[in-house]
Every structure is written in C-alpha cells, then in structure tokens.
Design a protein around this ligand. Sequence first.
Ligand code: NI
Length: 227
Amino acid sequence: MLVHLPAVLSLDELAIIRVALADAPWADGRLTAGHQSARAKRNLQLPEECQTARTLAELVLRALERNGQFMAAALPRHVFPPLFNRYNEGMEFRLHVDNAIRYRHDSAHRLRTDVSATIFLSNSSDYDGGELVIEDTYGTHTVKLPAGDMVLYPATSLHRVTAVTRGRRDAAFLWVQSMVQDDSERTLLFNLDRAIQDLAHVTPAQSSALLQLTACYHNLVRKWAQM
Ligand code: NI
C-alpha cells in the first residue's frame, strides 16, 4: 500500500530544516548503502552521527508522533531515526531494494524494515526529475510531492529515484518496523480504520454497527500485532 500523508512537517519545521541543511556536512551517500545498492546510488547524505542529523531526526520524529494518520498507516513498533539525502543535478538512485535489517550506528538496536518512507523537503518547482518510482504488486507508481508531504510504501518493493535534471532535491527518509509485518494485513487495518473514522462523522456515537466495526478493528490488531 502506498499512503500519501500531506503536511507532515509544518512550514516552520521546514524552515528550520532548510537552514540546518544549508551548511550541513554532506557526505557520499554510498557510505550507508548495502552492497547491491552502493552501485546504484549516486547522491549525498548526512552522516547519521553528525549533530545536524541527530537534531533534525528528533524534530521529524516529534512530527510523526503527533500524526495520527502516520500511526494508523504504519502501526509503528520501532522507527529508525530519519536520515537526510540530497540529489544535485545529475544525481540519481537506480533500482534497488532497501536492506531488510537496519542497525543503529550508536547502539546494538536492530530494526526490520517493513515500511519505507520519504518526506519531501524541497518544493517540487525547485527541481526537475528526482521522482520516486515505486514498483509494487499493483504496478509502477511515480511520486513527487510538495515540501513537507510524506509517502509510505512497502519496504519489500523495488524503487528508484530518477536523475535530477535541474535544481536540487532534499528529502528525509526512514524505515518503520511495524507491529503488523504483513503489508496486506496493515492495508486492511488502515482501510478499516479510515472507514470507521468516516462513519463516525455521520453515525450516532452509540450506533451498534459502529461499535461492532470498532471491535473488529481492535480484535484484528490483537490477532496480528507483534509486540
Ligand atoms: Ni531505497
């Protein structure tokens, strides 16, 4: 399932991030790539351990924590601290799959990547190319979102970032280990949750149908969640 979450970051947060990224210690993105993806990757990335990356990761994590749509769609068990990348003109990331397991540089903590996410930080009008192209079971999807918007997609999918042909594309990216590992189960829960929210606006609060559906939602979470 691909989920588009609008305005995950506020304009104020975007402004803070842009100032910090302007003179950040950008490094070759291949430093953090796996064996296969290192050959496909041509971009810049903020080293995970640098102070700018840590401060901005905290800011993004706080924004995600207050975002109910993110919580409902990803059902996060662990969130890998967001990383930041930059594609200057001519840079791209050819077709690859993300590593199944990520390790934090500063701890023994491991995370299984169930959901991949990109938060767009540059205005779409500031660059050409730089589309995120995702191949899943329903075909190929091309994603280019306004600054502050986020896309969630299954980490099992093959994906790429097309070459930037004008301007510069900055983004934050992260992975989630979900309480519900299976994408089809997670999709079903998200769709059910959204339907219940919609119904709640047009149905009396004491409606027994609404109560039954809510019980179904929670009982499915109980059945599928891994803690
Ligand atoms: Ni990737």
